[in-house]
Structures are given as C-alpha cells and as structure tokens.
Design a protein around this ligand. Structure first.
Ligand SMILES: Cc1cc2nc3c(=O)[nH]c(=O)nc-3n(C[C@H](O)[C@H](O)[C@H](O)COP(=O)(O)O)c2cc1C
Length: 220
C-alpha cells in the first residue's frame, strides 16, 4: 500500500478535534432507550456512515479478563440486540461460562457512541435457521469451513475446508449446530454525543426493579 501522499500528524499527543455535530439533552432524549437507539441507528443508516451496523462486543473469559471484537447487529427489538457467530469461537466459549457482554457502536462522523450492557442468551433455533438461510451460499458454506478462533496451520486449510463443505453440503447447506445467534438483553444503555470543549453529553438509562428505565446524565 502506498501511503506517501498522506502526512502523519507530528504526535499522537497533539491529535485532537472539537466535537460539534449535535447535542443530546434529557428533554429531547426518548424515555425508552430502545426508541432512542432506533432514532440514532436510523440516523446513522440514513447518513451513510461507513458500517453503521458494526459494533464491538466485549466478553469476559474464565480468567476474568475482557476481550473485544467487532460483529454486525442483525436485528433488535424490545427483547434485545442480536448478532450471529460461531458458538465455539472464543467469544462463544466465554459467553458459555460468563453470559454477560457489553456492546459499543461508534459512529465517528456523527460523533456518537452507544453502549449497551446486559445478559446474553442464544436466540431460538428457528431464528438462527431463518437468518442462516437468508445468507449468500458462500457465507453459509463458510460457517462450515471456518473453525472460528482456532489455530490453523495455513490459509490453505480454509480453502480446502470450503471446497470440502461445498462437496458435502451442496447448494443448500443446513445450519451448522455450532453457528447461530446471540441476543443481549439490555440492563444498561449509554448515549454519548460529543460536544465542544470536552463538555460532552452522556445520557445513561438503567433498568429498575419495576421494569422502568431511569434516565440520568453522566459527567463527561
Ligand atoms: C466489520 C466487521 C464485522 C464483523 N462481523 C462479524 C459477525 O457478525 N460475526 C462474527 O462472528 N464475526 C464478525 N467479524 C469478525 C470478528 O470481529 C472476529 O474476528 C471473530 O468473530 C472472532 O472473534 P473471537 O475469536 O473473539 O470469537 C466481523 C469483523 C468486522 C471487522
């Protein structure tokens, strides 16, 4: 890759920008975090920001140590936020032991972040089947071909696995038993809007015992 046209900033310590795209206050924010999320996600989609559906998922290992990776949100509703993956992956193994996660969207151009935390459960087999069968054939075969997160000796292993999967499963592969969806059931949300002079807006929503959401402003 030729990067000779790009000049690198002198120092990371001097790299800063002013956030001035928007604001978020208690009165304008929805009473329910899900409707606030819908507004912001719809806005991100309409604004054509790159990969508006990409979110970081943080899990915790058996050793108590966190790890993160990016996945794509595939649906959301009052039950929670859904993504799909390999249940035997590192995140799958961590969720099997410690079924809690934190999600984060960062819409850079909009100077917005959404954080969501809660318990994670597997979606129903029907839901995983329905989404699996909506995927392109190469992605469906890829789910069979890739032992996600395991050490492999070379890229050739993947290519060989994919060819084998195509022969074994043909044009209509079933969903692998180790592949499916997770749903995070939110207990806590935060909406961050960058503001001038580092006086950012942060609104937190916490689920109360009576099922209501408590909306609070956090210091930036
Ligand atoms: C934009 C983007 C979207 C991704 N979407 C998914 C996804 O929906 N599901 C998935 O399993 N991995 C997805 N990945 C790959 C993951 O980031 C990660 O490499 C993989 O899930 C293995 O993570 P783990 O070893 O921590 O389990 C995506 C990566 C990127 C960069």
């Amino acid at each position: 890759m030729n990067s000779s046209n790009h000049s690198k900033p002198e120092s990371l310590a001097d790299l800063r920008k002013s956030y001035e795209q928007g604001e978020l206050d208690e009165a304008m924010a929805a009473n329910e975090p899900l409707s606030q999320f819908k507004q912001w996600l719809d806005h991100a989609l309409a604004s054509r920001v790159p990969e508006p559906n990409a979110m970081t998922v943080a899990t915790v290992g058996a050793d108590g140590r966190p790890s993160t990776r990016i996945v794509l949100i595939k649906s959301y509703d009052e039950r929670g936020i859904v993504w799909f993956t390999n249940y035997q992956s590192r995140k799958g193994q961590e969720l099997a032991i410690h079924p809690f996660a934190a999600l984060q969207f960062h819409w850079v151009e909009l100077e917005r972040v959404v954080r969501i935390e809660g318990r994670v459960e597997k979606v129903s087999d029907e839901e995983s089947d329905a989404y699996f069968h909506s995927r392109p054939l190469d992605s469906r075969l890829g789910a069979w071909a890739s032992p996600q997160s395991q050490v492999i000796s070379s890229r050739g292993v993947l290519v060989a696995n994919a060819a084998k999967a195509a022969v074994q499963h043909g044009l209509n592969p079933a969903r692998p038993p180790h592949w499916g969806g997770y749903r995070l059931v939110p207990e806590r949300w935060e909406f961050w809007q960058g503001r001038k002079s580092r006086l950012h807006d942060r609104l937190s929503y916490r689920l109360q015992a009576d099922g209501q959401w408590l909306k609070e402003r956090l210091a930036p």
